[in-house]
Design a protein around this ligand. Structure first.
Ligand SMILES: Cc1ncc(COP(=O)(O)O)c(C=O)c1O
Length: 374
């Protein structure tokens, strides 16, 4: 099985530990265990008491009933039996694609987005068409183009809502149009939902609340600031969940007793986490917007209270060389746009802690000034 290198992950694997000002990441500033355990006001006392009593066996294979119930509460119409815990959203995407696709299947994937959503299908022998997003349409893809791409034998449409790297989310009415087209040919719609917008939520919907053949993947990594837990999930109808179960047994047993307990705890304190993160996102977005307005070499379709963004940088050199020089000279890390097949842009994760964001942007501007002289 051949597979392309994973552009963004390979970049981060190589450089993220050398950054002093890491404004490349897409997680909303990760919490420490201390911060997370202070959410219940008991500083971990209750949580560790619960954990002390637990045997470190495999735990609940598909996720504990408490975990499934907490995940089920995130949706309007979901049977908790059809929720399966996975190793992050990356594990969820992999499971779904591995279970659903056969060589020759027709897949349509939003592009660019998270590379798993097109390169895993290709590696499985699927026939993948890209459904492109357009900067001049606020990074939305176009329904007319989907109409042209969809075929009677289309098996799966893959979306990433909100989108990494742009931070744009497809609203409910747009998703409904995708569902209407998918329904006509019986295609599944898989939506990676790790980036939930933190404002404007009445215009946002999970695919599983719109479509019986919708499959949602998600995790506590981005919106919930706990990527270190490596806990995610799939939500689908029963037939699809049963298919996933069959494949899941070959690739994972469980996510572990500790991780399940901690992920459940985080979801039980969801409102507090979302309040923390909404404050952080809106505060940082204001700082970022002020910077963009003042920086002549940067322009951007603003992200929508989602923790990733994709500004355009006006630099006269190769964008990857630019990012390497920026890191080496200023300690600032970005992801070059070529890692999403879009040179000319960079992914800028503005939801780092405020001090890192401010210093990172200041240094980025100082570095950009060298091109004003030439
Ligand atoms: C769209 C998207 N899906 C999935 C992942 C991986 O998430 P997890 O940490 O839950 O595996 C990422 C990480 O950057 C992502 O951007």
């Amino acid at each position: 099985m051949e597979i392309a290198g994973f552009g963004v992950e390979e970049w981060l694997n190589q450089w993220e530990k050398s950054a002093t000002y890491d404004i490349s990441q897409s997680t909303i500033d990760s919490m420490t265990m201390k911060e997370a355990l202070s959410l219940d006001g008991k500083d971990g006392e209750e949580f560790y008491k619960l954990l002390d009593r637990k045997k470190m066996n495999y735990g609940w294979i598909e996720g504990s009933p408490e975990f499934k119930k907490a995940v089920g509460n995130l949706y309007s119409h979901v049977d908790v039996d059809n929720i399966l815990q996975t190793n992050g959203a990356s594990g969820a995407n992999h499971l779904a694609l591995y279970a659903l696709l056969n060589p020759g299947d027709h897949v349509i994937s939003e592009y660019p987005s998270y590379q798993q959503l097109y390169d895993i299908p290709k590696s499985l022998g699927a026939d993948v068409d890209y459904w492109k997003i357009h900067e001049d349409q606020d990074w939305y893809p176009n329904i007319a183009e989907l109409k042209r791409l969809i075929r009677p034998d289309t098996k799966l449409i893959c979306l990433n809502n909100a989108n990494n790297p742009t931070g744009t989310f497809l609203d409910k009415s747009f998703l409904q149009q995708v569902v209407d087209l998918a329904k006509k040919v019986g295609a599944y719609v898989l939506v990676d939902e790790v980036y939930m917008p933190l404002t404007d939520t009445d215009r946002y919907a999970s695919i599983v609340d719109l479509y019986d053949r919708g499959i949602a993947t998600n995790s506590v990594s981005k919106t919930y600031s706990m990527p270190g837990l490596r806990v995610g999930w799939t939500v689908s109808n029963k037939a699809v969940a049963d298919l996933f179960r069959k494949y899941r047994d070959y690739t994972m047993i469980s996510c572990g007793v500790f991780n399940d307990a901690m992920a459940t705890y985080i979801l039980h304190h969801r409102e507090q986490v979302l309040d923390r993160n909404r404050r952080l996102v809106l505060n940082n977005l204001a700082i970022y917007k002020e910077w963009i307005d003042a920086e002549p070499r940067a322009s951007m379709v603003l992200p929508q209270a989602v923790s990733t963004s994709f500004p355009k940088l006006d630099v006269p050199i190769d964008i990857e060389d630019f990012c390497i020089q920026l890191l080496k000279e200023q300690g600032v890390l970005l992801v070059p746009g070529n890692r999403f097949d879009m040179p000319g842009h960079v992914r800028l994760g503005y939801c780092a802690d405020e001090a890192t964001l401010r210093e990172g942007l200041k240094r980025l501007s100082a570095f950009l000034r060298r091109y004003d002289r030439s």
